[in-house]
Design a protein around this ligand. Sequence first.
Ligand SMILES: *Cc1c(COP(=O)(O)O)cnc(C)c1O
Length: 371
Amino acid sequence: MRRRESLFVTRPMTPPLAELLPMLEEIWRSRTLTNNGPFLHKFETALTDFLGVENVSVVANATLGLILALRQLRVRGEVITTPYSFVASSHAIRWAGAEPVFADIDPVTLNLDPASVERRITSRTSAILAVHCYGVPCDVAGLETVAARHDLKIVYDAAHAFGVRLAGTSVLHHGDMSVLSFHATKIFNTLEGGAIVARDRNAKIALDVLGNHGIVDETTIPALGMNAKMNEISAAFGLALLPHVEQAIQDRRAVAERYWQQLESVRGIRCVCPPGVPGHNYYAFPILVGAGYPISRDALSQQLREQGIYARRYFHPLIADLPTYSDAPSAQPGELPVARDIAARVLCLPMFPDLDPENQQRVIDVIREQI
Ligand SMILES: *Cc1c(COP(=O)(O)O)cnc(C)c1O
């Protein structure tokens, strides 16, 4: 019997090669490889149109984007954030010179719980860094109320939230700044890359300077900048891929619907992101394995692995439980009960636009066969 192909949790998108090649030829001719080149400009403009926002600064990756956003907002002291995310969201706070303080998450959205955030505020708190986890929007109204009451900045880590809409408008309109990731594994990619969406024009201009070593002109370098520039090949890749993203999100939705139809009724399994929510992008398909299911999350993960299916435990372990952060008072074992419970039960199933129904059925069958 032919060995079944391995199925991973995601599979990066690439633009049709024929659409990318003419752009690469242009780069080869011009020898402009980076430093604010023509493809970066075209890409930034196309992205701004696509996202329906203003003041977009394209950067080399989201981690640098988060650090720049926090620096530009003069964040210091303590920043309240979620322990239930990719590690870069807390790392960026440290690199920006502040200290992450963890608040608990909401059991339904798996995003920061505004009430828990408010309990963590001290005289040293300067900002909230929230994550639209799996592309599910945060309780933006709740977070904005808390931030306004205590005069805090809000930065959204929107690494999962490309194309997400809330009440008919881009979720990126919320907060002082939002940061997108264009890493290969995200909804939309430029191999590596990202973008910062700022509320005002002056902030965008300042971010562009800060991300180019702080250079204003040849002899004027007033601030501690860094190199966060996107190169021309990544920008061309993004330009070629952008026209295909809308369809990819529709294809993801079809995958989500097939999972939902066959898994939603399985006892002890909860699907976190129901299909059909307007404006959702279907970035991931996380399930929560509960007490009603015959085997544990880890045992199910192992069963899938034996069939060549590599589901992933995003996000386990919690950031708060990593050695770099686990000494924090907000990271202690009695804290963060919801985040701890979710991290122990979550499993992200393979989710990408060209996951074909036959391969997807292999995943579903393993889950259903345990009952
Ligand atoms: C991927 C990711 C990042 C980091 O993005 P890069 O572009 O790889 O630096 C940050 N936060 C979250 C939540 C992510 O998933």
